[in-house]
Design a protein around this ligand. Sequence first.
Ligand SMILES: NC(=O)c1ccc[n+]([C@@H]2O[C@H](COP(=O)([O-])OP(=O)(O)OC[C@H]3O[C@@H](n4cnc5c(N)ncnc54)[C@H](O)[C@@H]3O)[C@@H](O)[C@H]2O)c1
Length: 325
Amino acid sequence: MDKILVTGGAGFIGAELSRGIASGNPKNEVIILDNLSASNRGKSFNLTNLPHNVETVRADLVSDQHTLERAVQECSMVFHLAANVSVEVGSFDTSVDLRNNLIATYNLLEAMRKSDNCKRIVFTSSSTVYGEPSIIPTPESYGPLQPISMYGSSKLACESFVSGYCGSFSLSSIILRLANVIGPQSSHGVIYDFMQRLQYSPQELTVRGNGKQQKSYLYIDDCIEALKTAGQVLERKEPGATEVYNVGSTDWIRVTDIAAIVTRSLGLQDTKLLFTEGQEGRGWAGDVREMLLDCKKFAADGWRPGLNSHEAVIETVSKLCQISA
Ligand SMILES: NC(=O)c1ccc[n+]([C@@H]2O[C@H](COP(=O)([O-])OP(=O)(O)OC[C@H]3O[C@@H](n4cnc5c(N)ncnc54)[C@H](O)[C@@H]3O)[C@@H](O)[C@H]2O)c1
């Protein structure tokens, strides 16, 4: 029987992953470790209807080292998702990504170093580690990596720590550089933002930046499949190994096209788009304007997305419309 630790398991992706692992095999046991900081922003529904073989432990990766070490000791593998996920927050509080991303990851790796069994980790990194790359679609081999946000730089630092612990202490790891992940359960990101704004003001929609940003969006189900595939690939890795994979869809979509899909789905015809413009058209400090990942490497190892960005946006919006109807 395998026990698997999912840090950040109360979040958007973590809750779906925990459900997926637990319901995929009743012999699997999942421990969710989460400080519920995101749930305080109204996301506690993520934890409802969890299968019986999922246990939830409320703990902070930075301040509850003892609880963390106990959970790690019980498990054979970790999916490490706990993090601050807001790029914007780092532009006005530079300590958030240091604390919840880098120090949290360091504490987890230390707990793994000290444990007898738990030596495998899947880490959810981000496309933001590439900054604004000159090669698009961007392959994993692209460099130098020059993030333009504190979030991106903390993720890159975490990747580096994960790799260092693998090399020095015989851990093995898969690092997934995720594109934007979307789905009806998400409570952050552009679609969520548009739906919220239009609820209160259907006549006009403020688009952050110049609306020309184009990025790749990955549907939540495809993201969960990617995480599960990463877990399987990791089982075949030797101690000390680190593998990095991009995880995104095969196309990108403009912010204004997302706005059009959302307004059309809500039956709005005359919504006026207002643009904040921002520095060089960015939505916020650290916003990467163009992002499309080359995912051929992960495809060769068994993972492909089922939906492209357009389909992922349409699926998310249509499910949200059904929920709110
Ligand atoms: N959603 C995306 O578009 C996206 C894109 C790229 C990468 N990622 C990465 O995937 C992971 C999951 O993202 P998500 O969208 O589910 O985010 P989320 O905010 O929904 O979930 C993150 C969870 O981590 C928990 N957490 C934060 N700090 C913690 C700490 N110090 N100790 C314990 N728990 C803590 C939060 O309470 C939350 O439940 C993150 O690492 C994120 O950086 C997400």
